[in-house]
Design a protein around this ligand. Structure first.
Ligand SMILES: [Fe+2]
Length: 293
């Protein structure tokens, strides 16, 4: 159609949607165009702001590398990651869920570990942590043979993929639950950490005068055929940023009980899997930062 007014643009774009053969793709694209155009009208987006926005979107891709996923980081900083998680787990928010954001730092193919093994693979000073977990079905029955990926930051707040001084796959491991649904590992207690702010996520946080910290946490990815795969995170209740997570990940159900005995901490936690699709997510990163970056 020939466009005569600004309202015509939206109608022209929506009119082209009928060619889209896949109904779900058509639904998503039509809603995206309606909301995007309504957004531009609501804020009366100027030409200069539009150009700045395009540059920021381009920078998301330019900042992304095998060891960094800027789009995932930005989705978290906008609350979209946890919204999508809570809409798709725990009965759309009706029940507490152990599901949580995957985050930008999961790597597949972490080393397989025996029950109780340490995931410290290069010298990593910090208080020792002993973790014991259980994987259960909604009726509380143990799920044996579930694969549990574990990963967390070092006590100085860097994941091994960000830190050339750590061994490859340091503080990462893959465990299998035993007949009682249990698994355990030894590590060091992670610290809270600042998320990288040298890309568009940093532009966003600075514009809003927000800090860039995440409260200390341990990541999990729990996978067993016949059950819906969940990513999870267990948070340290003593962290000063628990209520102001820059990635909006903390939910009541995921605050752990870190017990201190002498210099050592222990933590026990149960994950409930619901019946569903056991699909592993696409890894947000594939490698490690090289020295010098
Ligand atoms: Fe994390």
């Amino acid at each position: 159609m020939i466009i005569e007014t600004q309202e015509d643009v939206t109608a022209a774009v929506l009119q082209e949607m009928h060619r889209t053969p896949d109904p779900r793709t058509r639904e998503i694209l039509a809603a995206l165009v309606r909301h995007l155009h309504a957004f531009a009208r609501e804020v009366r987006l100027t030409e200069r702001e539009f150009q700045e926005a395009v540059a920021l979107v381009n920078a998301i891709g330019q900042r992304t590398s095998p060891s960094h996923n800027e789009a995932m980081l930005l989705a978290g900083a906008l609350g979209l990651s946890n919204l999508v998680c809570l809409m798709n787990n725990g009965g759309n928010g009706a029940r507490p869920t152990q599901a949580n954001n995957l985050g930008p730092f999961w790597r597949k193919d972490s080393p397989r570990c025996e029950d109780g093994a340490s995931i410290v693979r290069s010298p990593t000073p910090g208080p020792e942590l002993r973790f014991t977990g259980w994987v259960k079905d909604p009726a509380g029955r143990p799920i044996a043979g579930a694969e549990v990926d574990v990963w967390h930051s070092s006590p100085v707040g860097l994941y091994e993929n960000q830190d050339p001084s750590q061994a490859d796959m340091n503080l990462r491991g893959k465990f299998t639950t035993g007949p009682d649904g249990g698994f355990s590992f030894r590590s060091v207690k992670p610290a809270g950490y600042p998320v990288p702010v040298d890309g568009p996520t940093g532009v966003l946080l600075r514009a809003q005068r927000r800090h860039n910290f995440r409260p200390a946490h341990i990541h999990f990815l729990v996978h067993k055929p016949g059950f819906k795969t969940i990513a999870s995170q267990v948070y340290d209740p003593g962290d000063p940023h628990l209520e102001t997570d820059s990635q909006f990940g903390v939910t009541r159900a995921l605050i752990g009980n870190f017990v201190k005995a002498g210099e050592r901490y222990s933590l026990e936690f149960s994950f409930v899997l619901e019946p569903g699709e056991s699909r592993l997510p696409n890894p947000p990163i594939s490698g490690k930062a090289s020295p010098g970056r």
